[in-house]
Each structure stands twice: as C-alpha cells, then as structure tokens.
Unconditional design. Sequence first.
Length: 297
Amino acid sequence: MPAGPSAPTGPATRLAQAEGAENFPVALRVLPAARRAELRAVYAVVRTVDDVGDEGDAAPADRLAALDALDADVRRVFAGEPAHHPVVAALAPHVARLPEAPFHDLVAANRQDQHVTAYATHDELLASCRLSAVPIGRLVLAVFAVPTTPSVLRASDAVCTALQLLEHLADVGEDRRRGRIYLPADAMTAAGVTPADLDAPVAADPLRRLVLARTAEAQELLTAGDPLVAHLHGPARLAVAGYAAGGHAAADALRRTGGDVLGRTARTRRRDVARHLLRLLVTRARATRPAQAEEPR
C-alpha cells in the first residue's frame, strides 16, 4: 500500500483520540457489545479514509494513491479476500451485514477533496455531503438492520448532512489553513465575506453573522431528521438519538462562540449531548404513547 500522510501517533492511538473528539458518541456503552464492535469497525475505516485525505503533509498524488489502495482493500474484503490495511481487514466479520457502496463513496469524497477546494453554491456543498456524510448514515442503519424505506433514508440523510455542515462551520479556520473553504461562495458574497477574511485571527462581524445563520440552517435540517428517532426502536433508537444529540450540542457550541470560529473553538459539552439525548428520547416516548410511531414525513 502506498505510504499515506505522516501521523504523530500510531493508528490505534489516533483512532481512540479521534473517537473521543467527536461531537457525538460513536458507540454508546449501553448498546449491545456486538453492535458496538461493528460500529467501531465501521468508524475505524471512515476515520482512516478521512485521515488519509486530510491529515499530515503528504502531496495530493500520494494521498490519491493511498485512497486508491484503501478502495481496493474494501473491494477485497467484501469479496472475501484478505485486505492489506488492518482497519479494513477488521471489517471482515461484518461484511455480511454491511453494504459496500458507502465505503467507496467515502473514498470518492476524499478523492474529491484533493482537487475541489471550494464550493460555489449551497447545492454544490450538499452534493459533496452526499458522498462524505450520507454514506455513514446508511452504514449505521445497516448495522442495526433498519428497513430502509424512503422516509427513513430521507431522515437519515438529513441528520448526517447536518452533522457534516456543522463540522465544516466549526472547522472554518482549520480548513482554510489546509487550502479548503466549505462556506459556499455565493453565501460569502451575500454576507460581505471574502476568502481573505478567513485568514484573520478573529472573525469579523460579517463572518460571525454568516456562521450563526448557517448554524441555524444546519440545525433546522438536523431537526427535520429528528423524527427518525421516533421511528426506531431499541439499540438503533439509542444510537441514532446519540448522533442527533451530538449535532444539536455542536450547534450550541457554535452559538457560544458568537460565530467567531477563527478566534474561539466550538467545543461540544457532554452535558449538552446528554440534555439533547434525553429530550429526543422523551419526545419519542410521548409521540408513541397513544399509538405506534408513524414513519417520518
């Protein structure tokens, strides 16, 4: 496998650090052990693909070669053949329950990042989320064997897209230093924000207003996916509620910065995740008390 980006820590340490830094719980401890193991196996591949695409100082050509190798490994493991990379090899016990296509979409998203560094419109950004975020929801649904009706998929896609958009907002400064801008150009122009404004040590008022406005838009999308929690049962409901709660808590963190995502860090608080998790679960319980949950519209 071609050498990927350099990293300061070993793979296992890096994965543990990344999981701890996520806005949402990757695998809640109350979930069944088998499902937790499967979620962690999926997360390890997702995180590794993202790290190859983002971390370290490798040249784009080297990143693309490493992504191609990961993509080939995914094909191997789903064909029942040995994979070279250990995190892909660890998927072997789970491939019978998982779809293959989402993993390839995630690799494609990171390939795209090597040559697309900005987006002209919100629709273009959403199209990128269909490769980078939506596949993760499809994998989570597969882990819990959730029937993928159109309404379930729409709600899952909304939650995952919102999570991605909120992450982009929190990482405006970091992404800019990597040469990428995930604020759509048309929105920046309308708000009076230029790419050079993203290089400042603190965000000026126009950028702050833009970040807060787009935080509200992302949370509206997240809320549109909340009914998915009401539709699900058991461990699937807990897991998805945890992801959605992490998104709502990330929006809270962005608002606490006042939109200054250059001078301040939007740190998600565990108590906020817990608060939103309880709210989502209680709302679901109230919604289903009189009758069985309906499919989200």
